[in-house]
Design a protein around this ligand. Structure first.
Ligand code: UD1
Length: 371
């Protein structure tokens, strides 16, 4: 690299924040090493504002030590079209002003696809971190975001070999693919000293290894009255057997209110506000098992080797099932799956290759090689 390069790094929703934090740290480290007059990497951090509540956004900036965004597009909620269009409308003038060499997008949320579309059409190179994941389920909004992003972005940085295979199958040229590992695990590893100190178990009066950590927010589970009410009834019966801690996503809370479904009737299901990053890692490490429909938790449980039951018919992260501690479940098979989890050792599975806490360095290297 002979001249400075400039990146526009985009984060929009909760699961993005732990993916941009390590990239920003890697840039600082790179620039530190270049102090003797070499070219440096400049960056601007853009928050699209897709997630805006203090407990969905600010707490992650604090916990992860992410600097305040340089630019906040403040798009807020709305339908998919409204969110995507608003990000596009508001990002374009930022690109005109900042003239970045690259836009770096992460994950699979509406902000990811919107920024990719803007960048590519303006002739700005786009790097996608966490590329290549496929659930092969086009009813998931995230799957559409992944397909569109990966079909047009310039550099596809994958977390695991299945991602590379998916991309090759779709006809993507080898030169666009770079296997870098799982960026989420960089944040996890870097934050272990703080997560270990989390007071959340004490605050909720929970014993390590003796509670279930539940999260749930996928539209396919929570946006339909029948499925949401069946799930909540199942949690009530689970709560009769174990303490259950359920930090509730705003989407889930909104849908429960809309459907008039009572929640947590047994008293043993503790519905609380969304928790911060360190508290969530602590709950994941020490739960007897996790019951979730989140993508990130499938990966974090795999790292901690904590059993995970994923309430979905498919996963875009198959390595968490083949190597890790994850298993897909349904309401019909849940009781049997819980029994089989409880009958085996409390920790199992192996950590996939390149989930080693060093992915951000490889992300930066891949971008610099192509600059
Ligand atoms: C989004 C992502 C999903 C990710 C999830 C994690 C898309 C398509 N989906 O889904 O992949 O797993 O984030 O959280 O991008 N809301 C608040 N406060 C907030 C954020 C949202 O009240 O800080 C409300 C919104 O107004 C909306 C609902 O929660 O009513 C859902 O938010 P939205 O951003 O549309 O999608 P998520 O379900 O969070």
């Amino acid at each position: 690299m002979t001249k400075n390069i400039k990146l526009l790094i985009v984060a929009g929703a909760r699961p993005n924040f732990m993916k941009v934090a390590p990239i920003i740290k890697a840039i600082a480290l790179f620039n530190e090493e270049q102090r003797s007059g070499g070219a440096v990497v400049e960056y601007r951090l853009v928050h699209t504002g897709q997630h805006y509540d203090a407990n969905m956004s600010d707490v992650f900036f604090r916990d992860l030590g992410i600097p305040a965004p340089d630019i906040n597009l403040e798009i807020g909620g709305g339908s998919h079209a409204v969110q995507t269009a608003n990000v596009m409308l508001r990002l374009e003038p930022v690109c005109v002003k900042e003239k970045p060499d690259w836009i770096v997008v992460v994950g699979d949320v509406n902000s990811t696809v919107a920024c990719t579309l803007v960048g590519v059409k303006m002739g700005i190179k786009v790097a996608h971190v966490e590329a290549g994941l496929r659930s092969n389920d086009r009813t998931m909004p995230e799957e559409i975001n992944r397909l569109v992003t990966d079909s047009i972005a310039d550099l596809l940085l994958t977390p695991s070999a299945d991602g590379d295979e998916n991309l090759r199958r779709e006809g993507v040229a080898e030169s666009r693919i770079s296997l870098v590992g799982n960026i989420m695990i960089d944040s996890l590893v870097a934050n272990l000293p703080q997560s270990t100190q989390s007071p959340i178990l004490k605050g909720l009066n929970l014993q390590p290894g003796a509670f279930v950590y539940v999260t749930l927010h996928r539209p396919s589970n929570v946006d339909y009255r029948e499925s949401l009410s069946a799930i909540m009834a199942e949690f009530d019966s689970l709560g009769a057997r174990f303490p259950v801690v359920f930090p509730m996503h705003p989407r889930t809370r909104k849908m429960l209110a809309e459907f008039g479904i009572p929640a947590g009737r047994q008293g043993n299901v503790r519905i609380i506000e969304p928790v911060g990053y360190h508290d969530s890692l602590h709950l994941t490490e020490h739960a007897r098992f996790v019951l979730t429909d989140s993508g990130g938790l499938q990966e974090e449980t795999t790292y901690f080797r904590t059993p995970c039951l994923t309430l979905r018919p498919n996963t875009e992260r198959p390595v968490t099932v083949t190597l890790g501690s994850n298993k897909l479940t349904t309401l019909e098979t849940l009781n049997g799956d819980i029994a089989s989890v409880l009958s085996r050792e409390p920790k199992f599975g192996t950590i996939p290759p390149l989930w080693d806490g060093q992915t951000a360095g490889r992300v930066l290297e891949s971008i610099l090689q192509r600059s």
